[in-house]
Design a protein around this ligand. Structure first.
Ligand code: ATP
Length: 471
């Protein structure tokens, strides 16, 4: 976190736009609420986050396999999951400007405490008692309607030419895990997994989120990284605790997030089938909010899909011959929420010299979009440029590198600091044996992002140096 100054969401939004991490969608058409695009560096950071998660979940566990299921599924999937009936938030509409806002958010903003233990009905009653005094965040009037339900699933007209699709529309998936449940039997039948085992998936999910706010924290098209772990009912509680611990350690030990910025939050108001639910919360610039959910979902999902599809989804233990419906321990996180946490944690403003400040993203090296930037000291000296390009080409065959000869070296450092590049390499006259210090011939300056320390490394040793330091 920034020294002596709290990071604001505006700091991050502005950096993301300025440096090509995140752009508002369809900006040339005036934007499209709660939809965002990853720019060149954002796409790299997102890819590195996905790979880190995939390695920690799939490659580091012999009994977890991957899946990439389709966004479209049979409409019955969403009935079985309960989304068609119940995937909705109570909303109120401003009678003046017709803005719809989530009731719990309105209460929160009005400073009215809606206890998490309260049922939806109690929250609606509380809202009803207060609504005459609640101000519309858009137009400022105080004339909200009563709370109404609004389904979060996004409908499509896929197949509309063949069927009466309005009765049973195809939805864009509201969560990726349903694709895992409906492939449970396929995975068991086609691979060597035995309970306990997990299926992991990364993919897009779509929700008609009502409130477009908090940047990429709440999007209408987002990406989930989910893992469903199938276990014997008797071991579910213990497995659940193990996954809680592992997931927390992922953030502290693998992503290196600051411990004071993450915490657990226990759900007190569980959905009827859930046996336990905890969230890992991150301290975003707008406060602690859910980043990942870790849930013990009992046998609800497989039982529901067995009921709606008519296919037996129970499991027979090959050793004991016992037949049962496995329970599921789920870990579910949004890529964008992890992205925003990584960015918040890395964002640092620090003074350099007397009256200059630098913004630097102190990403863990494995997440940095660019690993090494290579510069010739001057752009109009062909020998410097040729040597720098030769170094760039060698290093770029192994790491994602950038060549930059724009402006002066100081400006180039500022730019690389702002995108979090761990190392900058500069070719100068000493490198060519044309400087004052002849002993530096064949060496370059390597500058460290975090300490700003500069050392001389021989060109022949560069690959070895980065292999050791970019692990
Ligand atoms: P919230 O209460 O914030 O709406 P949720 O409890 O509905 O979230 P889940 O359905 O449990 O979220 O989804 C699992 C994970 O998916 C969340 O922990 C979050 O990281 C991510 N996620 C959910 N909705 C969104 C969204 N609209 N934009 C980005 N990520 C999301």
């Amino acid at each position: 976190m920034s020294e002596g100054k709290n990071i604001t969401l505006e700091n991050l939004v502005s950096l993301c736009k300025r440096r090509g991490f995140v752009f508002p969608s369809s900006e040339i058409y005036g934007g499209f609420a709660a939809v965002y695009d990853f720019g060149p560096y954002g796409a790299e950071l997102a890819k590195n986050i996905r790979e880190t998660w995939w390695k920690a979940m799939v490659y580091d566990h012999e009994n977890i396999v991957g899946l990439d299921s389709a966004i479209f599924m049979h409409p019955k999937v969403w009935e079985a999951s309960g989304h068609v009936g119940g995937f909705s938030d109570p909303l109120a509409e401003c009678k003046e400007c017709h803005t719809r806002v989530r009731v719990d958010h309105l209460l929160e903003e009005a400073g009215v405490f809606a206890d998490e233990k309260m049922s939806e009905e109690e929250i609606n009653t509380l809202f009803d008692a207060k609504r005459a005094m609640i101000t519309c965040p858009k137009c400022g009037k105080q004339c909200f309607s009563e709370a109404k339900k609004f389904n979060l699933l996004v409908k499509s007209n896929l197949g509309s030419f063949t069927e009466d699709w309005t009765k049973e529309p195809a939805y864009l998936r509201g969560e990726t895990c349903q694709g895992i449940y409906i492939n449970f039997k396929n995975v068991i039948d086609s691979s060597r997994v035995k309970v306990p085992f997990g299926i992991a998936q990364i993919g897009k999910a779509f929700r008609n989120e009502i409130t477009a706010r908090q940047f990429i924290f709440r999007k209408r098209e987002f990406e989930q990284m989910e893992m469903q772990y199938f276990v014997h009912p008797d071991t579910a509680a213990e497995t659940y605790e193990q996954w809680r611990e592992k997931r927390f350690r992922f953030y502290t030990d693998i992503l290196g997030l600051k411990k004071e910025n993450i915490r657990w939050h226990q759900h007190e108001n569980l959905v009827f089938y859930a046996k336990a639910a905890w969230d890992i919360e991150y301290r975003y610039p707008f406060g602690f909010c859910e980043m990942e959910g870790v849930h013990n979902r009992s046998d609800y999902d497989l039982t529901q899909h067995a009921k709606f599809s008519g296919v037996d989804l129970s499991y027979r233990d090959p050793q004991t011959n016992e037949k049962y419906v496995p329970w599921i321990v789920e870990t579910s996180v949004g890529l964008e929420r992890m992205f925003l946490a990584v960015l918040t944690d890395a964002y640092t403003e620090e003074p350099i010299g007397e009256n200059e400040m630098r913004v630097v993203l102190k990403f863990p090296k494995k997440l940095a979009p660019v690993k090494i930037a290579v510069f010739p000291l001057l752009k109009n000296k062909p020998e410097l440029v040729a040597q720098a390009r030769a170094i760039y080409e060698t290093l770029a065959s192994e790491w994602h590198c950038e060549f930059d000869d724009n402006g002066n070296v100081g400006k180039r450092y500022r730019r690389q600091d702002e995108i979090g590049t761990p190392y900058c390499v500069t070719v100068d006259f000493d490198t060519l044996g044309q400087g004052e210090n002849k002993s530096l011939e064949g060496t370059v300056t390597v500058r460290d992002r975090d300490t700003m320390e500069q050392i001389r490394v021989s060109i022949n040793e560069l690959q070895k140096y980065f292999s050791e330091n970019l692990k």
